[in-house]
Design a protein around this ligand. Structure first.
Ligand SMILES: Nc1nc2c(ncn2[C@@H]2O[C@H](COP(=O)(O)OP(=O)(O)OP(=O)(O)O)[C@@H](O)[C@H]2O)c(=O)[nH]1
Ligand SMILES: [Mg+2]
Length: 165
């Protein structure tokens, strides 16, 4: 299977904007209504994780990817992921925090929320608007083991990148 990532996260959390940034598309993101497959990314509507009725869609789609991005909006005080949600998806986990540029962003809070969701993996702090941290995501999706990812994070020594635990 070609390396491919599914992005999951809350409504308006910045998933599609991140996908456009990663694929070098400048157009503004519209509301996502269904699964969107583009190159090495699968974008999902925020409703898929906010409404348990859609969990089966997430599970089914996860079979088509090697990696899952668990995305947390830095401006949101809540997590949309049920505790331990990632345990049911045996794929490489990457935590991504979006909107770190926002005046009301709380990156520490977002990091703590993601640590309750993923069991291990890279956590990337990003702003699609200011192009911060986003450059690390594509290389991480190329890596197939947590050990390689841990080493990648260590070698970069970037404030936008950490490895959990
Ligand atoms: N400040 C700031 N706002 C952002 C950033 N990225 C996205 N946004 C804004 O967040 C809002 C939602 O962005 P989307 O990318 O459409 O969010 P989504 O997660 O795809 O939303 P759904 O498709 O509804 O699930 C838009 O108004 C974006 O402009 C960012 O890096 N910084
Ligand atoms: Mg979207």
């Amino acid at each position: 299977m070609k390396n491919r990532v599914m992005i999951i996260g809350g409504v308006q959390a910045g998933k599609s904007t991140l996908m456009n940034t990663l694929l070098g598309k400048e157009s503004a993101a519209n509301k996502t209504q269904a699964l969107v497959y583009d190159d090495w990314i699968v974008d999902t509507p925020g409703e898929y994780i906010e409404n348990p009725m859609y969990y089966r869609n997430i599970m089914a789609t996860s079979l088509e990817v090697t990696h899952v991005i668990y995305l947390q909006d830095a401006t949101s005080a809540k997590s949309v992921f049920p505790p331990q949600f990632s345990l049911g998806i045996p794929k490489i986990q990457i935590g991504v925090i979006t909107k770190i540029d926002a005046h009301n962003a709380d990156v520490e809070r977002a990091t703590a929320l993601l640590k309750n969701v993923i069991t291990q993996g890279a956590i990337v702090k990003t702003s699609s608007w200011q192009k911060l941290g986003v450059e690390f995501i594509a290389p991480l999706i190329e890596l197939r083991t947590n050990e390689e990812i841990r080493q990648y994070v260590k070698d970069r020594d970037s404030p936008y990148l950490m490895y959990y635990p």
